[in-house]
Design a protein around this ligand. Structure first.
Ligand code: PRX
Length: 649
């Protein structure tokens, strides 16, 4: 880890936005950034009220901020409809016939929905939900491919005040089941399937498997995407298109309290099952709206494309709510970046004239590996702004992105944030911030970020510590659904009244934040969070497994790969429980993203005398092949030397 920090520190290439870009940008100088930042920190109520007034409130708030640590309320007394702000508002502000979503399916089919058409579809589906008994505050699980209907389903839930919980289409039936049980969902919205790498992902089959064990779902609404034959259970399952035929395309958007729950999104922690991160309405919308406006500097003539899936927070904040609240035109793509080859993204950029492109470092690394011939075949001159999210971007990948994709002309916004923060927290502003490859640079407006040591003192420049946020911000999580104690313990326990992000970081002498990585047992695989505990418990759920320990190892494309050490039960032959079986078992329990890269069968794991697995040793072993740290607390030294021999083989 320290090596990485040193290489960051030696980074002295600085890239400033061009005069031309700055001139047109909303924030065009560092002096303006500093002035606005200072106001946002010194007078948050005035700053955020001004931003919030740009949205439509059915009833104006009484108080901007009500902070009783660790619980916050924003815009109390205000009432709004989030969906009305993302859709209806644009019918009367000149954007009615503007493209809202330009969609391309993986097989190559295309659709364009204007704001007017989006409004009709969302209204129709809001009526469908109500006709099927879904009410305000009911939880609705959404498990969809990347089709416009995924966004329509989320917006329709918001319109009627139902709380959606989107589950990424790559997660397994068991993951769906966990989320159904935890959220107490009463309805599911899914599809027969979706396309990924030329194959059909059978979504409804996974839902069926989960619903065999969870009986709380009264209605399952199925969108027909592939036309494959699926099982429809009478009395429970209905087709989206058949219901929509019966529904009206007008629907009155009722105002909901600013703190009305908007969605639950599950994310991994270091212990136990995934946590249901709860976001509410007014603050979340203001946060995503404002960050889009300043960080992506969204313009009416932009064609914006965020390549995330709606199943992750990036898809919620930067495909659905933030961009649509800004009335932008966006591209949405269903499939894989390498289907039919690694030119697909660049083909889409060229075809639709994408101006703003937001993706993940893991994708950039995969493109680099695939070779320059793919971007070289396409005209990427429409691009004006690039972004990254999900993990620290290595300077080599940053430089490639800058030169090959941005032709050295487009600013790059490296955006640091989390499922919990709801919106971007640390990022350059493209018209003013000098960028250096590998740093997310400076805090966004209202974000009081700092690096603290274990005692709570602020670290000096270049000294590593914990990344914290000292003041509440509008889009922050409100709680962990159904578990206020876990909320307190996870985020507010390290320092009184201060949010701990769980990331290690440092600032440089210019105040730029360099994120080093997670401090807890959370892995970042291809920009996605996975708790080592989750993967371990999936392994141990296999009948032949006695014990398992999981650690991360640096991975060229994925950032981190998953390495599992497994001890089988007495009497189980290793030939019988192959690593292929165990890898498949984890993929089935969680989803393909959790499939371990390596499994090492071992008769014993390194433990302390009190029986605690020493993951630190395993981490060092997989990273360096040896162990240099203090191992005096280790119970049995031979375990380590055996593992070392095994790994060398
Ligand atoms: O470790 C940080 C890393 O991703 C974590 C948040 O993961 P998740 O909630 O899944 O949200 C990902 C998309 C917002 C953070 O705690 N991370 C995210 N963005 C960056 C990052 N690390 C470094 N630089 C980033 N730009």
């Amino acid at each position: 880890m320290s090596k990485k920090i040193e290489s960051h520190l030696s980074e002295n290439r600085i890239f400033k936005p061009s005069r031309e870009f700055s001139k047109k940008a909303r924030v065009s100088s560092m002096a303006q950034y500093r002035r606005m930042y200072k106001e946002s920190i010194d007078k948050p109520a005035a700053f955020w009220a001004r931003e919030a007034r740009e949205l439509h409130w059915q009833k104006r708030w009484k108080k901007v901020l009500d902070w009783k640590p660790p619980f916050v309320k924003w815009f109390t007394g205000g009432r709004l409809n989030v969906c009305e702000n993302c859709v209806d508002r644009h019918l009367t502000n000149g954007r009615k016939n503007k493209a809202a979503i330009i969609w391309e399916g993986e097989p190559g089919d295309k659709r364009i929905l204007t704001y007017h058409q989006l409004h009709q579809e969302v209204c129709r589906f809001a009526n469908v939900l109500e006709a099927n008994g879904v009410k305000a505050k009911d939880r609705v699980l959404i498990y969809m491919p990347m089709v416009p209907e995924a966004a329509i389903a989320m917006l329709a839930c918001a319109r009627i005040g139902a709380v959606h919980s989107v589950v990424f289409g790559g997660f397994s039936a068991e993951s769906i089941l966990d989320r159904l049980e935890d959220s107490g969902a009463t309805a599911v919205i899914t599809a027969d399937g979706g396309y990924r790498r030329g194959k059909i992902v059978e979504l409804k089959t996974s839902v069926d498997e989960a619903l065999r064990k969870y009986k709380g779902v009264k209605r399952c609404i199925v969108y027909q995407r592939t036309g494959e034959k699926i099982n429809m259970r009478r009395g429970r399952d209905v087709w989206w298109h058949k219901e929509a035929e019966k529904a009206s395309s007008s629907h009155e958007p009722k105002g909901f309290d600013s703190e009305h729950p908007l969605f639950i999104l599950y994310t991994s922690g270091s212990t136990g099952k995934p946590k249901g991160i709860l976001h509410t309405s007014g603050g979340y919308l203001v946060g995503t709206y404002t960050t889009c406006k300043y960080i992506f500097d969204m313009r009416d003539d932009d064609v914006y494309w965020c390549t995330a899936d709606v199943g992750w927070i990036t898809g919620h904040s930067y495909i659905v709510f933030g961009p649509l609240a800004n009335g932008v035109t966006q591209v949405m793509y269903e499939g894989a970046p390498n289907y039919p080859d690694f030119g697909r993204f660049w083909n889409i950029v060229e075809k639709y004239g994408v101006t703003t492109f937001y993706t993940a470092p893991t994708a950039i690394r995969a493109f680099i590996k695939a070779g320059d011939k793919f971007p070289d075949r396409h005209d990427l001159s429409s691009l004006r702004l690039l972004g990254t999210v999900g993990e620290p971007i290595n300077p080599e990948a940053w430089m490639w992105y800058h030169e090959k994709i941005g032709s050295g002309r487009c600013p790059i916004v490296d955006t640091w944030w989390q499922t919990e923060t709801g919106a971007i927290m640390i990022s350059p502003l493209p018209g003013c911030t000098p960028t250096k490859p590998g740093t997310a640079t400076l805090p966004f407006f209202g974000v009081d970020a700092a690096i603290l040591d274990d005692e709570g003192n602020e670290c000096s420049a270049d000294e590593g510590g914990r990344l914290v946020i000292r003041k509440p911000w509008p889009s922050m999580l409100r709680t962990i659904y159904g578990d206020r104690n876990r909320y307190r313990k996870t985020y507010w326990n390290d320092y009184k009244g201060i949010y701990t992000a769980g990331d290690g970081a440092r600032t440089d002498k210019d105040g730029n934040f360099w994120i080093v990585g997670r401090l807890d047992d959370v892995l970042n695989v291809s920009g996605h969070r996975l708790g080592t505990a989750e993967v371990e418990s999936a392994l141990v759920s296999h009948p032949d497994v006695a014990e398992a320990a999981v650690v991360g190892r640096p991975h060229e494309i994925k950032g981190q790969g998953i390495v599992a050490f497994v001890t089988l039960k007495e009497g189980v032959r290793t030939a019988q429980t192959t690593d292929k079986i165990l890898k498949g078992h984890v993929a089935k329990a969680i989803g393909a993203i959790a499939r371990p890269d390596e499994i090492h069968l071992t008769p014993a794991l390194p433990k302390t005398r009190s029986g605690k697995i020493m993951r630190r040793i395993l981490k060092e072993l997989v990273a360096t092949g040896g162990v240099t740290g203090n191992i005096t607390t280790l119970e049995d030294f031979s375990v380590v030397s055996n593992l070392q021999k095994n790994l060398k083989k």
